[in-house]
Design a protein around this ligand. Sequence first.
Ligand SMILES: Cc1ncc(COP(=O)(O)O)c(C=O)c1O
Length: 457
Amino acid sequence: MDFDLAALLAAHAQDGYELYGRHLNPQQPKVLHAIGFDKVYQRGEGAYLYDADGNQYADFLAGFGVFAAGRNHPAIRQALHDALDAQLADWTQFDCGPLPGLLAQRLLAKAPGLDRVFFCNSGTEAVESALKFARYATGRRRVIYCDHAFHGLTTGSLSVNGSAEFRRGFDPLLPDTAIPLGDLDALEAELRRGDVAALIIEPVQGKGVHMPPDGFLTAAATLLHDHGALLICDEVQSGFGRTGRFLAYQHEPVVPDIVTVAKALSGGFVPVGAMLAKGWIVEKVYSSMDRVMVHSTTFKGGVLAMTAGLAALHVLDDEGLVENAARTGEALKTALTALTHRYDVLADVRGRGLMIGLEFGKPSSLRARTSWNMLQKTRVGLFAQMVVVALFQRHRILTQVSGDHMEVIKLIPPLMIGDTEVKLFTEAFTEVLEDASRGSGLIWEFGRTLAKQAARR
Ligand SMILES: Cc1ncc(COP(=O)(O)O)c(C=O)c1O
């Protein structure tokens, strides 16, 4: 019998959670059941997901930032169909087809000052490449990173992870040192020891949506270069227009030595990562024919990944998504910032473009404060989780808490959202805040449910 994907999906439409719990990460379905996120989605289109009953969910998470152009973009889908139908010679390993060169050329055209690209399969692999290339190019070992940094979860990128909960139990990692985000003095003190290969930094941090002060990247680059070290900007999440510039570091007049990208380069279809770097760094690593494979991976530059990347960049330009992210992001941030004056539990609205953090703080009214304190005592971050759950259950809007033990929600919707989605989110969020501020209502009921579950664990 032929392989029949449609039949397989139809026969097992309801089995996903059970199979996942049995054969993959056992905690994943448990968590999703506990917070009521255990839906069975059938379809995605643009900024929306649809479940089996035809309910529509607004996607303000975009697969952790993958779907810049929206889900199932027709032009990217068509490009991938074309690539499959052409039956191209993929991964011969001993040829140089045009697609990797073309995608590299287009990426570099958008990152002036960078000259060469290494393609890989994910964000963490792009970071691993950056760490290796920086260490080799400088002949130094230590990499500096920022508190709360997130650069992926393989061993090298875990070494520059700024959260203890990810690192615990995986020691020893690579030699590294954390500095507070945006602290030039701390950076300089480390550089003076003479063993630093690079600083790796997210221009907008994924965990907590914190940014270094304006001008930090430029000043850090000068300081690093003065001490023979490199600046690595990790744009895996902030890249491809997310912050209203093609790359987020481009809000400053700085050229990093190495830049990592992934996520949205996939077009939402084919995993792919890339490291962009100044020419001398890559040329030093690949310094002779003997060293041609010294850094490589089997799947680098695959036809589908390169096609997805080329089509994704085409759509980004064609639909003006970078400009749209700047414009729509500003509108959303303005609308949400206005709520900080009405609801003191909303302590801060920050971010750039369509990468927005909403931070909660202790409310002033007695009733609301009692519930806030109860949740804080159970677990920091539970209030934000409660808002995420309310947005999902009441308004069918998918968001996420921005990191462990943080009262911050992160919004990273597709870059093609417009006024409709700004209004949709703002109205829903207002309703949830209104309820939370009254210190009563469903949201607190749900908070208690979560608190009980957390206490039982
Ligand atoms: C800034 C940053 N770097 C690296 C990574 C790791 O990417 P991946 O999950 O594709 O390994 C992430 C993932 O969220 C990220 O946000």
